[in-house]
Design a protein. Structure first.
Length: 156
């Protein structure tokens, strides 16, 4: 099986680092490999809802990203994805200062749809904070998306 080109992974991580929404939320891709990825988010004041815990929308954003990139890492170069549904179970509160690790895993890649899951865990204790599943639709790259300029996706 072909493996992801390290130059591609580096370029994706740089692209995400510069993405306005990823920057706003503060989520960072730590690793990407075929069918798997890892994001980190340190919950901060900007993520909090009125009761002092991270808002579910902030967690949903990083869970969605982990589901997306775990599936995207297996697609042919030139294919893109969009989330068609995201189902989340919030299992524990995420207080400020939490080192949140969110791992994504691709479950199934079909001709037109993909299924992925993501786990948001306390990076210090391993406690499960939230769990998500997502269905994603395979499509062509949107014009001007910047993905056309990425290096060759697979090697070997």
């Amino acid at each position: 099986m072909a493996s992801l080109n390290p130059e591609y992974v580096k370029a994706v991580r740089e692209l995400l680092k510069e993405a306005p929404y990823f920057n706003l939320i503060g989520m960072v891709m730590e690793s990407l490999e075929p069918g798997r990825c890892l994001f980190r988010l340190e919950t901060a004041r900007r993520h909090l809802q009125p009761f002092g815990m991270a808002h579910g929308g902030a967690l949903a954003s990083v869970l969605d990203a982990a589901c997306f990139w775990s599936a995207f890492s297996q697609l042919e170069q030139g294919d893109a994805l969009t989330t068609t549904d995201l189902k989340i179970n919030y299992l524990a509160p995420a207080p400020p200062g939490l080192n949140l690790l969110v791992s994504g895993e691709s479950i199934k890649t079909g001709r037109t749809l993909c299924l992925s899951q993501a786990r948001a865990e306390d990076g210090d204790t391993g406690g499960l904070i939230a769990f998500a599943t997502s269905t994603l639709m395979i499509m062509d790259y949107p014009a001007g998306s910047g993905f056309q300029e990425l290096p060759l996706k697979f090697i070997g």
